[in-house]
Design a binder for this molecule. Structure first.
Ligand code: FAD
Ligand code: SF4
Length: 500
């Protein structure tokens, strides 16, 4: 073969590769790298998902007539490619990796073999990051970007006007889940022999990595992922919007799509997922506030987050606006805690390497912020714990959106709340040993006093350019001296005990 193409584990879809790849059928090179797998102790289920998907994809390509080289290396991707290029004398093409470090490694290979290694732009996203990344600065919010993306794609547009007259229908999307609403189950995909072999391998090579691998529920092939997309569109999309922010004990998926895993490694493509949702709206099968909200997550948030990553790397990796120094509380690893909300939000991460957006933001990040955890510790945890986590998407969500570590480039304020908000959106509190209505003292909900403690200690961040923030004002003027003292004491005691 005179031509080869290196396909990374998150680039598993030939549709977005240039036409010559599909026509000429060059040698496709896949690589499993032990060093990459060991950089951080990725969830075992995540490791199995990534490897099994890549093996399945390589087999499918082979069945379609592509010559395939499936290489495994003890080293990293660049070591594997250097080994390969010593023997293989043809040209090698790779697509710009979406993750920073892998990109640098492959570019080093390109430098060493400049006359026969070629890099092509990453085709897995809708927006061209180079065109947008200069706009990323404090105050450039997702919403502006999103409107431009609606115009660019024409999704849910009537000429230059948004469908229904509004760009965003989130005021209809904040309902708690009533008991009577039935949530459809998501189909579990049976692990086949390839996946079973990978599971054994992961248990063998990464026995100490995070999480459980007793059950493997995910699709590992495009046709399976397409079936899950169809099931979401038919059974859950219509109610996605209203219950998007809801949380329920014992059901961690609700009406979310759980398609992030497949979007992030190429089994599904962002355009086809949006178009399937819009088709359901056009056919009268899904309401506008659900479809608009869903499409916004993908052409808005997902694309914006990626542009932020391109603009902010690598400096943002060190971001720690509040200079927090605490370690991540032990419960993030064990799942053991008496706080019902934390227990319920950690369980699906440990068992399935996934949870929807609100547990990530409203509970797990909130608690990390309130306990003054170093955001880089939380960032590492999210990176290794979630099956959909690749640095380009995980880091901006953690260091930008949920912890305010970047000092306000992505979000306008730190994401913190008291127990009240969790109680409003969930049924956790009535099953908890703490009392959400109690503000301080022994059985009070820790979120309550920790929240005011945070407002008090981080007042400079809340007070925007000299103006006193509403919450700081509440603390200063509406709380008695005794209440303030009790807040400080309860917080100190709780934070002290958490370290033990
Ligand atoms: P849905 O609710 O059904 O949304 C549809 C799709 O929109 C998702 O599949 C996803 O591709 C996209 N999307 C929605 N919100 C975001 C967002 N904020 N950023 C990027 N894409 C988004 N998403 C990841 O894909 N990988 C991560 O590692 C990741 N880490 C996160 C960490 C934190 C602290 C927070 C707050 C959010 C994180 N997200 C991450 C975003 C979001 O929580 C997940 O994309 C979503 O929960 C995936 O579930 P779903 O497929 O059911 O999403
Ligand atoms: Fe969480 Fe507090 Fe509610 Fe318990 S009472 S579930 S700790 S918010």
């Amino acid at each position: 073969h005179s031509r080869a193409v290196f396909v990374l584990h998150d680039q598993l879809n030939l549709k977005v590769w240039p036409e010559w790849v599909r026509e000429e059928k060059p040698l496709l090179v896949f690589m499993e790298s032990n060093e990459k797998g060991n950089e951080i102790p990725h969830h075992k289920l995540k490791a199995a998902y990534i490897i099994s998907s890549m093996r399945h994809f390589a087999l499918e390509c082979h069945d379609e007539g592509f010559p395939v080289l499936y290489h495994s290396t003890q080293g990293h991707f660049d070591d594997g490619l250097n080994e390969l290029l010593e023997d293989f004398e043809g040209e090698l093409t790779f697509m710009t990796p979406s993750e920073w470090d892998t990109r640098q490694r492959l570019r080093n290979v390109r430098e060493s073999y400049s006359e026969r290694v070629q890099e092509i732009p990453n085709g897995f996203f809708i927006a061209d990051a180079d065109q947008w990344k200069d706009k990323i600065e404090p105050g450039y919010r997702m919403e502006y970007f999103y409107r431009d993306m609606r115009r660019k794609t024409g999704y849910l547009m009537n000429g230059s006007e948004p469908e229904g007259g509004e760009w965003n229908y989130d005021d209809q999307n904040r309902e708690k889940l009533p008991d009577k609403v039935q949530v459809p189950d998501i189909e579990t995909i049976e692990a086949d022999d390839v996946t079973k072999e990978v599971i054994e391998m992961v248990e063998h090579y990464f026995p100490d990595h995070f999480g459980n691998l007793d059950r493997f529920p995910y699709a590992v092939q495009r046709d399976q992922a397409l079936a899950l997309l169809e099931q979401f569109i038919n059974e859950r999309l219509d109610e996605f919007g209203p219950y998007e922010d809801a949380l329920k004990a014992g059901n961690h998926t609700l009406f979310h799509s759980r398609l992030s895993l497949y979007l992030n490694n190429g089994l599904l493509l962002p355009r086809e997922v949006c178009e399937a949702a819009i088709e359901a709206y056009d056919a009268g099968n899904a309401r506008l506030n659900s479809v608009e909200g869903f499409v916004r997550q993908i052409i808005g948030w997902r694309e914006y987050i990626r542009i932020y990553y391109e603009a902010m790397m690598p400096g943002v990796r060190d971001a720690n606006h509040f200079d927090f120094e605490e370690k991540l509380p032990a419960m993030y690893w064990s799942g053991e805690t008496e706080m019902k909300c934390m227990e319920q939000c950690l369980k699906p991460v440990i068992d399935e390497a996934w949870s929807h957006h609100i547990p990530r933001l409203m509970v797990l990040s909130n608690f990390s912020n309130l306990t003054e955890t170093d955001p880089r510790e939380l960032n590492r945890w999210f990176h290794l714990a979630y099956a959909d986590a690749y640095e380009w998407v995980e880091l901006p969500n953690v260091l930008g959106m949920s912890t305010f570590a970047d000092g306000g480039v992505l979000a306008s304020k730190p994401y913190v709340s008291s127990g009240n908000y969790i109680n409003k959106m969930s049924d956790y509190c009535k099953k908890c040993r703490y009392s959400v209505t109690k503000k301080t003292g022994e059985n009070a909900c820790p979120f309550n006093y920790l929240y005011w403690n945070f407002v008090d200690k981080q007042r400079d961040t809340f007070n925007d350019s000299g103006r006193v923030n509403f919450m700081v004002n509440m603390f200063d003027n509406k709380k008695s001296d005794d209440e303030k003292k009790a807040i400080r004491e309860s917080s100190e005691k709780f934070l002290e005990e958490l370290k033990r």
